[in-house]
Design a protein around this ligand. Sequence first.
Ligand code: PXP
Length: 253
Amino acid sequence: MELGVNIDHVATLRNARGGIFPSPVHAAFVALEAGAFNITCHLREDRRHIKDEDVRLISSLTKRLNLEMAAEDDITKIALEIMPRSVTFVPERRQELTTEGGLNVLNDIKRYEEINKEFKSKNITVSAFIEPDLKQVEASKKGGFDFIEIHTGSYADTIRQKEKSVELERIKTAIDFASKIELKVNAGHGLDYKNIYSVALLDGIFEFNIGFSIISHSLFVGLGAAVKEMLKIIKSAEFSKLKDAASKNTGGD
Ligand code: PXP
């Protein structure tokens, strides 16, 4: 399992003073050096944090950019110019604080099929950020996506343990179905140092995309340490799964 680090909030801090510090490009290199697999940035229509120049530089210097974007013509044009490694389509509303809810691929399969063809012809991997809803998973396959990214917000936001288990089960069912129809799976939104472990114990997730908790924690421990700490939890869940599988194969501990 891999970790993609969303660095939008580094840009939020930079923009607070309108200067060039702290630099999202610098943050990208620190996160990658600490073991992140991808750098995720959301180029929003209102450019409230990440700017065009940030994604241009991060894509060309690191070759590890996962660009979150709305499926709009102007952003698509920019994305095809800067050639990120992957794009993740997300719904976008101007007033929202962060991405609320998943994409409705089901309503727009043909449109995504067209856009995805264009990206895939340039070897850019395409992913759909969707709720753990089987109809949306199936629509994502029909729309030609390589990946889905499961929105873990409902799981993360739920406080009561019983409801959390229900949300986790929804995520598991969506992952199992996606794997069955040969869609690769990422997951993200609202994941933090406490709630990641249970999700990381599920089989079939390729990458977690995590931003807010890592950037917040980095204020106290530094970005490299915050990334490593998150990776350690993900890897310990992975290790626990391997140990379980090994003990099943050998018939005991
Ligand atoms: N994945 C997607 C598609 C997102 O839109 C976001 C938020 O920008 C994240 C992951 C990361 O969410 P968080 O900042 O809550 O970790």
